[in-house]
Design a protein around this ligand. Structure first.
Ligand SMILES: N[C@@H](CCC(=O)N[C@@H](CS)C(=O)NCC(=O)O)C(=O)O
Length: 211
């Protein structure tokens, strides 16, 4: 039994999706950002970074969404969230997860949390640089999917697609949402048809960007 500490629609989403895809038993614990619960002493004891997600794995707190995705994929090979260890596709899988998590995630983090850079709102040049970083990444992913899709690894769905879908959703209110790229639009539609997506929306009480 896993326990996922989450907040709706945030970085915990990919872990929640992975658990649903796997079908493993898990318990959800909502971390209330309105009440700053992520910085409560009890939560910080589990996750000193003061962020979601935290996943209890065999009772041990584990953090970082991309790492949690890989941990779950490795613990549940039957769910096929990762291609077989040692295969060429597995090397592609690591590279996509690393690319998404090191390019899109930090840019989104700064986009949504200007206070991380010390100001309540970004100066226009910083906002523009972040927007460009995110859009350049989507241009690259769109080109890849157009040539080698329908999934990041080609014919087969994998956990890397769950990560990409979460990051796509975060762009929905940005100047250019990810669904404005044609291959990304088809990809989002394909991914959002998965039963795990509907179950996630129900469990997290989400509404926007469902289909
Ligand atoms: N690198 C971390 C980032 C986690 C993160 O930034 N989580 C945000 C929600 S998307 C959070 O907990 N924000 C609350 C806060 O910073 O106070 C991961 O991917 O798990």
């Amino acid at each position: 039994m896993y326990t996922l500490y989450y907040s709706p629609g945030t970085a915990s989403m990919v872990v929640h999706l992975a658990l649903l895809e796997i079908g493993a038993p898990f318990r959800l614990e909502k971390v209330d950002f309105e009440r700053d619960q992520q910085h409560s002493p009890e939560y910080l004891r589990m996750n000193p970074r003061g962020k979601v997600p935290t996943l209890l794995v065999d009772g041990r707190p584990c953090v970082e969404s991309a790492a949690l995705l890989m941990i779950l994929a490795e613990r549940h090979p039957e769910a096929k969230l990762a291609p077989p260890s040692g295969s060429p596709l597995r090397t592609d899988w690591y590279q996509w997860i690393a690319y998404l998590a090191t390019t899109l995630a930090p840019a989104y983090r700064l986009w949504f949390y200007p206070a991380d850079l010390g100001s309540p709102e970004h100066p226009p040049a910083v906002r523009e640089a972040l927007r460009r970083t995110i859009e350049d990444a989507w241009t690259l992913v769109d080109g890849h999917l157009a040539a080698h899709g329908p999934y990041l690894l080609g014919a087969e769905f994998s956990g890397a697609d769950l990560l990409a879908l979460m990051y796509m959703r975060w762009s929905r209110n940005m100047p250019r949402p990810a669904t404005e790229w044609p291959a990304l639009r088809r990809y989002a539609d394909l991914m959002r048809a998965r039963p795990s997506w509907a179950r996630l929306y129900e469990a997290e009480g989400l509404t926007e960007w469902r289909t």
